[in-house]
Design a protein around this ligand. Structure first.
Ligand code: ATP
Length: 280
């Protein structure tokens, strides 16, 4: 029995601009996306038993075909034309419906893992084309670099110079529906010519671009997000922002010791999910 064991990392958005609503119902976005070392564990085993089976065992995450990992595996099995099956076990460490892209990352990791396991030889570009049909953030996790993401998130340009940083993630155990956030977003006219820099020298340069158009929508429903942002700044972060559609908030730190101290303090003061992580 052939098995691969893989890490599926989370992401944060250093920047999320919603540029316009599109006729197809999606939105054109402009994001700066960064992978971090908080990971789900994904184990994929080739089986003689045809079909795909996904087990996850986490409340709020479906086990069967509704799991994005299931759909990723099924898509590649169909392309391969082979009669084998795949057993996928996911250990979720990334908070769910939290703006950290956990489901998309699991899906991307399964695409890359099954490509390897079945020896399909598909290029990353081809995997990204398959991936965007599963979720707008899937191609970013196949791209594997810090990225400027445009379109619905699938047009990716590498940001080569992003400095490494420490982050403290805080999630107040609130699940946020991304669809709900976009439905409640009041789009304001914005000048999409204002440039996001491509080059960054130090962590403070990242703090200078932090902005998320979805933040005020989620804060409107969950004001605790604003409180967490303020508490991260008081704990020593040089900037703080909600990631994606929330509800995770991150604080940026220039050094690991400061991040770990802040994480310990916030964990002791609250019942929230708190983690000190590093950029990948
Ligand atoms: P999105 O912006 O795509 O909603 P997110 O990072 O906020 O992403 P995810 O943790 O990816 O949130 O989960 C979003 C929803 O996707 C969950 O409510 C869950 O039911 C569903 N889902 C399907 N497969 C997975 C998976 N492998 N891991 C987590 N959630 C999954």
């Amino acid at each position: 029995m052939k098995t691969v064991k893989l890490k599926a990392p989370a992401k944060v958005n250093y920047r999320l601009d919603v540029l316009r609503r599109r006729p197809d119902g999606y939105h054109d976005l402009r994001m700066i996306m960064q992978r971090i070392d908080l990971c789900d564990d994904v184990e994929i085993t080739l089986s003689g038993n045809p079909g795909v089976r996904v087990t996850c065992g986490r409340d709020g995450v479906p086990d069967g075909p509704a799991n994005i990992a299931w759909r990723a595996a099924d898509a590649l099995l169909a392309i391969s034309g082979r009669g084998e099956g795949l057993d996928i076990a996911i250990t979720k460490n990334i908070p769910v419906a939290a703006g950290l892209g956990g489901g998309s990352s699991d899906g991307a990791t399964v695409l890359m893992g099954v490509n390897e396991l079945l020896g399909l030889g598909l290029s990353d570009e081809r995997l990204m084309e398959i991936g965007v049909k599963l979720g707008a953030d899937v191609p970013f996790f196949i791209f594997k670099r810090t990225a400027l993401a445009e379109g619905i998130g699938e047009k990716l340009t590498a940001v080569e110079s992003m400095p490494p940083a420490w982050l403290v993630l805080v999630n107040p155990n609130l699940h946020v529906s991304t669809a709900w956030v976009y439905q409640n977003l009041q789009l304001t006219a914005r000048n999409d010519d204002d440039i996001i820099p491509r080059f960054y020298g130090k962590v403070e340069d990242i703090c200078a671009i932090l902005a998320n158009d979805l933040e005020s929508v989620t804060i409107g429903k969950f004001p605790v997000i604003r409180e967490i942002k303020e508490r991260l700044l008081r704990a020593g972060a040089c900037g703080s922002l909600m990631s994606g559609s929330g509800s995770t908030v991150f604080g940026l730190f220039v050094d690991g010791a400061g991040a770990k101290r802040a994480a310990e303090r916030l964990a002791a003061e609250s019942g929230w999910f708190v983690a000190a992580v590093k950029t990948l």
